[in-house]
Design a binder for this molecule. Structure first.
Ligand SMILES: Nc1nc2c(ncn2[C@@H]2O[C@H](COP(=O)(O)OP(=O)(O)O)[C@@H](O)[C@H]2O)c(=O)[nH]1
Ligand SMILES: [Mg+2]
Length: 389
């Protein structure tokens, strides 16, 4: 969904609070947010409720009915028909928001409202584009989570950071603020639970500040994190990975790019050698007593496959995994690999027999030459890149 900048009010802050079954928390968090807002600002809080069966939405309506009018501050609620996920609830709030600075936070007191002024200050005063309340920088921590939940969070963070090349220490934070402008004309899908991750992947060249805070597990109500959320998270990382940033984001000189890709190709080749070796060992003694040639055939097939996957995703940064295309690329890759093996064999024979070079040296030379040929052929024909780019 495209984010546009309609009806934006300069200087206004919009705070988005997604709720699902938060009747025990919502009124108190609304009060606490109001108390903690910096003075002299214009702000609105938008609750996005997914028709909570526990009546959270009705409770907010009642509360608003009896609320005295305040100057410079309003509270609204958006009712959605059904539980449609945290990410999309936040997105709905963002679309409705009037502010040019947007704050997103949970309603269960895990995100202390006392941090809101610091987030706003990072954006308004210090001109950062995104301010992330962070559990994983100095001064930040988590209280009340089991070891398992902590581990799951750390693991997911690691996957997101490494897989998507993100530097932010807590890219899975649900507590953050940003300038609405940075989303202008971006297509935000809200595929995952954690919309911040998507924002970090899709916005480029923005300044990010992390503000430490202590995440406190909720005391009332229950967590909505379930297996589906976890599966959705990994799906969203995969989707964001395919969205991808350009692989060569800094380097523009074509010779350097060519060499760095060649280096990756060689590294992948070396990893294939290790895979091949380990598998051959495993099948001739480790897990079964196979005839060594059979074991080696398995080793070759597996290592060609891992080489293919690594070269596709890493060396050439190809994020298009349509089945037909991938299979055809795999076919070409296998063909060029076999051709490379023949060239290598022929060259070793020629060097040892005719040039009288010692076998180990001949083998190294032949591998280098065959691998280079392989690299060039795959670059041009399998992954359809220009020869030098
Ligand atoms: N509108 C809406 N809010 C949700 C949904 N899932 C979770 N929330 C809210 O998002 C916030 C974080 O959810 P929570 O269950 O506390 O996640 P946890 O802190 O990771 O365990 C809370 O304010 C929830 O009420 C959803 O599907 N729709
Ligand atoms: Mg929570």
């Amino acid at each position: 969904m495209l984010i546009r900048n309609k009806d934006k009010i300069n200087g206004q802050i919009s705070i988005i609070i997604p709720t699902y079954n938060e009747s025990q928390n919502i009124i108190n968090i609304l009060k606490s947010i109001k108390e903690n807002l910096p003075k002299n600002i214009i702000a609105q809080t938008i609750v996005v409720d997914d028709n909570s069966p526990d009546g959270t939405g009705k409770l907010v309506e009642e509360y608003l009915k009896n609320l005295k009018k305040m100057t410079g501050y309003t509270i609204e609620i958006i009712h959605r028909k059904a539980k449609d996920g945290l990410g999309s609830a936040i997105l709905k709030g963002i679309q409705q928001a009037k502010g040019d600075t947007i704050v997103v936070m949970d309603s269960d007191f895990s995100h202390p409202p006392q941090i809101i002024p610091k987030l706003i200050e990072s954006i308004k005063k210090y001109q950062f584009d995104i301010a992330v309340a962070s559990r994983y920088i100095n001064g930040g921590k988590i209280q009340g989570w089991s070891l398992k939940r902590k581990f799951m969070s750390k693991f997911a963070t690691l996957i997101a950071k490494k897989g998507l090349g993100i530097d932010t220490k807590d890219p899975m934070s649900g507590f953050f603020a940003f300038k609405r402008n940075i989303l202008k004309e971006l297509n935000i899908d809200a595929i995952g639970y954690k919309i911040l991750l998507e924002i970090l992947v899709k916005t480029k060249g923005v300044n990010i500040k992390e503000v430490p805070y202590t995440f406190q597990d909720r005391e009332l109500g229950s967590s909505k994190l379930g297996i589906k959320t976890i599966v959705d998270f990994y799906k969203s990382v995969w989707k964001l990975y395919r969205y991808g940033k350009p692989l060569e984001k800094q380097e523009k000189r074509s010779s350097v790019k060519f060499l760095s890709k060649a280096a990756r190709f060689y590294t992948v080749g070396a990893s294939g050698f290790v895979v091949n070796y380990v598998i051959s060992l495993l099948f001739t003694g480790g897990i079964s007593e196979m005839w060594y040639l059979h074991a080696n055939v398995i080793g070759i097939i597996v290592s060609i496959t891992t080489n293919f996957i690594l070269n596709k995703t890493w060396t050439f940064g190809d994020r298009d995994f349509k089945l037909k295309k991938t299979i055809s690329q795999y076919g070409k890759f296998v063909m060029f690999s076999s051709l490379g093996a023949l060239v290598q064999l022929g060259m070793v024979y020629f060097l040892v027999d005719n040039v009288e070079i010692v076998y180990p040296l001949a083998l190294i030379l032949a591998v280098m030459v065959a691998a280079f040929g392989n690299f060039v052929l795959n670059k041009k024909w399998t992954f359809k890149e220009k020869l030098v780019n």
